[in-house]
Write a protein that binds this ligand. Structure first.
Ligand code: PGA
Length: 251
C-alpha cells in the first residue's frame, strides 16, 4: 500500500513575512522528489505572500498552524477557516503540543476544530504525543490512543481518510532528542492498528502518519525508512532551506 509521503515544515512563531517568502521560494524551486508532498505552515501574517511564492510549484501546499472552531463571530484575536482558505491554505495543524500545553486546547475542543476544517474542505494535520513522564510510566500508547479517540474517532471512515496524523512525543520537540526509529515505528504501528480496529484496514493503510520531534537531515532517512512512518512534521530544521530540502530528499 503506498501512502502519501509528506514533509511538513512548522515554522511556529518564527520569520518575518519577507524572510518567510524567501524561505518558501528557496524550497519551492529546489529540485526534489516529485512524489513527496511538501507542506509549509507559516505564521498567519505571511500566508498570503507565501501562497503567492509557492504558486505553480508541484506538490507544495500551504498550512496554517491553528484556526478557530467557529465559522465567524466575536472572537477577538482568532482566525477562521474561511479566512485561511481565502489566502490559499489547504492544511491546518491542529492540537500541536504547544497549543495543548500553553493554550489549554483539549481533545474536545480539537474535535470541534477538526469538524470545522473538514466541513470547509481543508485537511487537518492532527497532532498527538505524550510527555516524558507518561512514557517513563509506560503509559504512552494508552495516552495517545485517548487523544485519537477523543479528537478524531467521531469522524466517519470517509472523513478520517482526509486527516493526516502527526505523532510528536513532547520530550522530543525542540529538545534535540529524537525518538529512536524503533520508538517511532512502535507508536506509528499502534496508531495504525487502532485505525484498523476503529474503521478498517483499508482506511488504516491509507492515512499518512508523520513523526515529529527534532527531525533533522541527519536522522530523517532512518526515521522515514520505518514501515509506518510516512514522513515528518519538522520544526527547527524547516527554517533552513538547505536542511529542509535535504529532509524532503530523505524518503
Ligand atoms: P522540532 O519541532 O522539529 O523543532 O522538534 C517539531 C514540531 O514541534 O512540530
Amino acid at each position: 500500500m503506498s501512502r502519501q509521503q509528506i514533509a511538513a515544515g512548522n515554522w511556529k512563531m518564527n520569520t518575518t513575512p519577507k524572510a518567510g517568502v524567501r524561505l518558501a521560494s528557496a524550497i519551492a524551486k529546489r529540485k526534489r522528489p516529485e512524489d513527496v508532498l511538501v507542506i509549509m505552515a507559516s505564521p498567519f501574517t505571511h500566508l498570503a505572500a507565501v501562497s503567492e511564492a509557492i504558486k505553480g510549484a508541484p506538490n507544495v501546499k500551504l498550512a496554517a498552524q491553528n484556526c478557530h472552531q467557529s465559522e465567524s463571530g466575536a472572537y477577538t484575536g482568532e482566525i477562521s477557516v474561511d479566512m485561511l482558505k481565502s489566502v490559499g491554505v489547504s492544511y491546518v495543524i491542529l492540537g500541536h503540543s504547544e497549543r495543548r500545553q500553553y493554550f489549554k486546547e483539549s481533545n474536545e475542543l480539537l474535535a470541534a476544530k477538526v469538524n470545522t476544517v473538514l466541513t470547509k474542505k481543508l485537511k487537518p494535520i492532527f497532532c498527538c504525543g505524550e510527555e516524558l513522564k507518561v512514557r517513563e510510566a509506560k503509559r504512552h500508547v494508552r495516552y495517545v490512543k485517548k487523544q485519537l479517540k477523543e479528537g478524531l474517532f467521531h469522524l466517519s471512515a470517509k472523513e478520517i481518510v482526509k486527516v493526516v496524523i502527526a505523532y510528536e512525543p513532547i520530550w522530543a520537540i525542540g529538545t534535540g532528542v529524537t525518538a529512536s526509529p524503533e520508538q517511532a515505528q512502535e507508536m506509528h504501528a499502534e496508531i495504525r492498528q487502532l485505525l484498523a480496529k476503529q474503521y478498517n484496514q483499508k482506511v488504516a493503510d491509507s492515512i499518512s502518519i508523520l513523526y515529529g520531534g527534532s527531525v533533522k537531515p541527519a536522522n530523517a532517512k532512518v526515521l522515514f525508512g520505518q514501515a509506518d512512518v510516512d514522513g515528518g512534521l519538522v520544526g527547527g530544521a524547516s527554517l533552513k532551506a538547505t536542511d529542509f530540502v535535504q529532509i524532503i530528499k530523505s524518503f
